[in-house]
Design a protein around this ligand. Sequence first.
Ligand SMILES: N[C@@H](CCC(=O)N[C@@H](CS)C(=O)NCC(=O)O)C(=O)O
Length: 206
Amino acid sequence: MLKIWGRNNSVNVQKVLWCCEEMGLKYERIDAGGTFGVVNTPQYRALNPNGLVPTIEDGPFVLWESNAIVRYLTAKHSAGKLWPEDHKVRAEADKWMDWQISVFWPVFRPLFWNLVRTAANERDEKAMEESRLQTTEALGYLDNHLKNRMYIVGDDVTIGDIPMGCAIWRWMSLPIERPVLSNLQRWFGTLRERPAYQRVVMLPLT
Ligand SMILES: N[C@@H](CCC(=O)N[C@@H](CS)C(=O)NCC(=O)O)C(=O)O
């Protein structure tokens, strides 16, 4: 059976869990990272030299990097559904996956980290406000993209929705001032109705 290494409160682990849940793919998840440790053991480092989660083992095949894992699993098990077969549609989905990891998350991380993982008296208020403003600007681009679309590409959830879908749960759950981004809000509303999303993404932020 597919093995997924990683704590279930990690945004990157949740991407993999959510796509497996959408596909009805059976997996065994092993807690690792954060308070669970494990990631610095020689056994884990042999799988993933970065010491980060997630990592998967699909038989003898080992893979790390959450977006690469989502691409691999959906290409294998969900061609034409989560994995768009049209090259241009898939490229568009890929673009938003890469945008989540290279643009959105770096600007959002200081806000998330300070509010969720840092004691109140140790928070960096300046970094938080800067992060909040930059995140708002970045989300404006996605809101604009979603103007005439239900999902990031196509007529249903695809790989394009998975990274930002996991990230947006966090942004929507933080006790912060949020601008009205009605297209983003509508898209988030549709994700929230999905049982797979409810099971593995809509968890308390810890
Ligand atoms: N680019 C990597 C980033 C992985 C990453 O930063 N994972 C975090 C959790 S979201 C991690 O392993 N942190 C250390 C830990 O949990 O111990 C990916 O997408 O898989």
